[in-house]
Design a protein around this ligand. Structure first.
Ligand code: FAD
Length: 242
C-alpha cells in the first residue's frame, strides 16, 4: 500500500463500445466530491474467481475530465486477462473498489508553457482528460496532440477531439494511422520527426508528454531526444501490461 493511499468505492454504471475492441467504463461519482488532476490514474480492484497471474488489480488513467462531476470514466482495450473479463462482466450498480488518485503526469493549469502530447493508441486517455479540461476552462495553453493508431476502426475520441480543435485555436489534434484504408484522408504512418515538425513550428519551445505501451514510449522518447529536446522537457507515462 502506498503512502497517502485513498480507498473509495463507486457504483458501476455502464460500458460503451467505442472502437473495435475498445470500451468506455462509467462509474457513478454522484455526491462523492472526488477530486483529481487531469492526467492522474487510479488503481481498480476486482476480486474474481480464478484470477490469472496478473491478479485482481490494474492501473487506469481517469480518461474523463475532473470537471465531469457525474462519472469517472476509464477507457481500455483488449479483453483477454481474467481481470478484463471481470471488468467486462460488471453488473449495473455493482460497487467497485478504487485506490488513488495517483501520479504527477498532470496538466497544471497555472503552467502555461506549450505542450506536445505524443500518444500511441490507448495512451491517448490522459490527454483526453487534459484537453477536455483545458477546453472547458478555456485555458490559454498551446497544446498539440499527435496520436497514432493502427487502423480507422481503432480510433478513440477522434470526433470529439477534432471538434474541440476546430473551436479552440490553442489546441491542435493530429491523428495518424499506420494501416490506413481508402476512407482515410489524414496523416499516415508512425509518429516521426517530420510529422512533429510539420505541426510544431519551434520544436525547442514546448515540453513533450509521451504515453502508451512501453515499446512505443521508449521509441518516442528516443525520437524526441534525437531531435535535440533536453530530457528535462520530456515526461513519460508507461502503460505497463501491454
Ligand atoms: C499509470 C498507468 C496508467 C494506465 N492507464 C491505462 C488506461 O487508461 N487504459 C488501459 O487500457 N490501460 C492502462 N494501463 C495499463 C493497464 O494497467 C493494464 O496493464 C493493461 O490494460 C493490460 O491489461 P491486462 O493485463 O488486463 O491484459 P489484457 O489487456 O486483457 O491483455 C493484454 C495482452 O496481454 C496478454 N494477456 C494478458 N492476460 C492474458 C491471458 N489471461 N491469456 C492470454 N493472454 C493474456 C495478451 O497478449 C494481450 O494482448 C495503465 C498502466 C499504468 C501503469
Amino acid at each position: 500500500m502506498r503512502t497517502g493511499q485513498k480507498q473509495f468505492f463507486l457504483a458501476f454504471v455502464r460500458k460503451e463500445k467505442v472502437a473495435e475492441d475498445t470500451y468506455f467504463f462509467y462509474f457513478d461519482l454522484a455526491e462523492r466530491g472526488f477530486v483529481f488532476l487531469p492526467g492522474q490514474y487510479i488503481d481498480m480492484v476486482l476480486p474474481h474467481k480464478d484470477p490469472d497471474n496478473r491478479g485482481i488489480e490494474r492501473s487506469f488513467t481517469i480518461a474523463s475530465s475532473p470537471l465531469d462531476k457525474k462519472y469517472l470514466m476509464v477507457t481500455t482495450k483488449t479483453i483477454k486477462s481474467s481481470f478484463k473479463k471481470a471488468l467486462a462482466n460488471l453488473k449495473s450498480s455493482q460497487p467497485v473498489e478504487f485506490n488513488g488518485p495517483w501520479g504527477g503526469f498532470v496538466l497544471k493549469e497555472e503552467e502555461t508553457f506549450p505542450r506536445v502530447f505524443l500518444a500511441g493508441g490507448i495512451g491517448i486517455t490522459p490527454f483526453h482528460s487534459m484537453i477536455s479540461y483545458a477546453n472547458t476552462k478555456k485555458l490559454l495553453i498551446p497544446i498539440s496532440l499527435i496520436v497514432s493508431f493502427s487502423r480507422i476502426e481503432d480510433l478513440v475520441f477522434y470526433r470529439e477531439l477534432s471538434d474541440i480543435a476546430k473551436e479552440n485555436l490553442n489546441i491542435k489534434v493530429i491523428y495518424t494511422i499506420t494501416h490506413p484504408d481508402d476512407q482515410w484522408s489524414g496523416e499516415t504512418g508512425r509518429i516521426s520527426e517530420a510529422l512533429i515538425k510539420k505541426y510544431v513550428s519551434d520544436i525547442s519551445e514546448p515540453r513533450y508528454y509521451i504515453v502508451g505501451p512501453p515499446n512505443m514510449v521508449s521509441a518516442m522518447g528516443e525520437l524526441v531526444l534525437e531531435m535535440g529536446v533536453p530530457t528535462e522537457k520530456i515526461f513519460i507515462e508507461n502503460f505497463t501490461g501491454y
